[in-house]
Design a protein around this ligand. Sequence first.
Ligand code: CA
Length: 225
Amino acid sequence: MSNKSIGLDDRLYEYLTSVSLREPEILAQLREETAALPNAGMQIAPDQGQFMALLVKLIGAAKVLEVGVFTGYSSLSVALALPGQGRITAFDISPEWTAVARRYWEEAGVADKIDLHLGEAIDGLDALLAEGQTEGTYDLAFIDADKVNYDGYYERALRLLKPCGLLLIDNVLWGGRVADKSVDDSDTAAIRALNLKIHADPRVDISLLPVADGLTLALKCPAVF
Ligand code: CA
């Protein structure tokens, strides 16, 4: 026994999923199709998708923001957990990846819940903020896109979240590279910088979970509101 998080080797991870994963067939199909793509590693883990769906229900989320769609596993997981009036505002740069996502959203009957914006997410988030009446309205936000812009996504998502809205940030352990001093590429540096910033950020309550590639939960809970 240990008082630190347990490391998951393949055998234990297989056990974990065997006793906890309840992956809907359509998500399993999407995972299988995505596995054939060169960027398949960008897909979230199925247990992470299930965790995010649980969070949606736990906090009663109806209005969700997603930065980085890829082939749609996370958005589909979340959309399936949303109430009937629930909506996701999603951003991605890739028509090819999101064409796969759209196909699965349609098949699952949740396409009308997801408003996809193609293009640079920083610009898209700024446009969303400029629309007015969007600031402080989102229940949940998920950031899982290009790492060098993580700080920009973080700041914009914080503005869009309502008080006590929940922000999820993916890949915060970055395959362990964040802790490897010999690694100094721009992606790793950006994740390290944001991790440090969030650690000291009084605007949020936080927990960094060693789920999949590391998932930070940041609750926008101002001290007085
Ligand atoms: Ca990711």
